[in-house]
Design a protein around this ligand. Structure first.
Ligand code: RTP
Ligand code: MG
Length: 153
């Protein structure tokens, strides 16, 4: 497995995904792919947390609407672990604009517009580490044995 790396990523079902009832499907997709869930919580994110999470977009036209959208209801925040999870996770989510996402991806199956795109996924290992540290305390991240290590890899 050249270039395969065991990684963690931060995945979040956004308020539209929670309200449309797709949390179970998002979990199921990552589970059946063979990834390991190591942290999970439902949270109504305070504005300061969202400002920090989306700091890279501060000043852009969509920044304020984005904070309003993600702060409009509870989200389901998760940490997933496994080989190449950052890049594979982004592929499973689909393109930022659901209209450009392939059918079979989460956004491609559930979304139509960028401003309501169901899920978030870290875009790099550096972002993943930053986002995991932002949303979870170290004692909220679980270590447990998963059959993927034997039967999938
Ligand atoms: P995300 O961070 O949520 O996983 O999405 P992404 O990497 O695919 O996209 P990013 O460029 O980081 O944008 C963050 C989120 O901002 C909203 N957005 N709206 N109206 C617009 O032009 C626009 N552009 C971005 C989306 O909710 C996007 O996921
Ligand atoms: Mg992003």
């Amino acid at each position: 497995m050249a270039n395969a790396k065991n990684e963690r990523t931060f995945i979040m079902v956004k308020p539209d995904g929670v309200q449309r009832g797709v949390v179970g499907d998002v979990l199921h997709r990552f589970e059946r792919r063979g990834y390991k869930l190591v942290a999970l919580k439902m949270i109504q994110a305070p504005k300061v947390l969202l400002e920090s999470h989306y700091a890279e977009h501060k000043g852009k036209k969509f920044y304020e609407p984005l904070l309003t959208y993600i702060g409009s209801g509870p989200v389901v925040a998760m940490v997933w672990e496994g080989l190449n999870i950052v890049s594979v996770g982004r592929k499973m989510l689909g393109a930022t604009d659901p209209a450009k996402s392939e059918p079979g991806t989460i956004r491609g199956d559930y979304g139509i517009v960028t401003g309501r795109n169901i899920v978030h996924g870290s875009d790099s290992e550096t972002s993943a580490q930053r986002e995991i540290d932002l949303w979870f305390r170290p004692d909220e991240i679980n270590q447990w044995p998963h059959t993927a290590e034997k039967w999938i890899y």
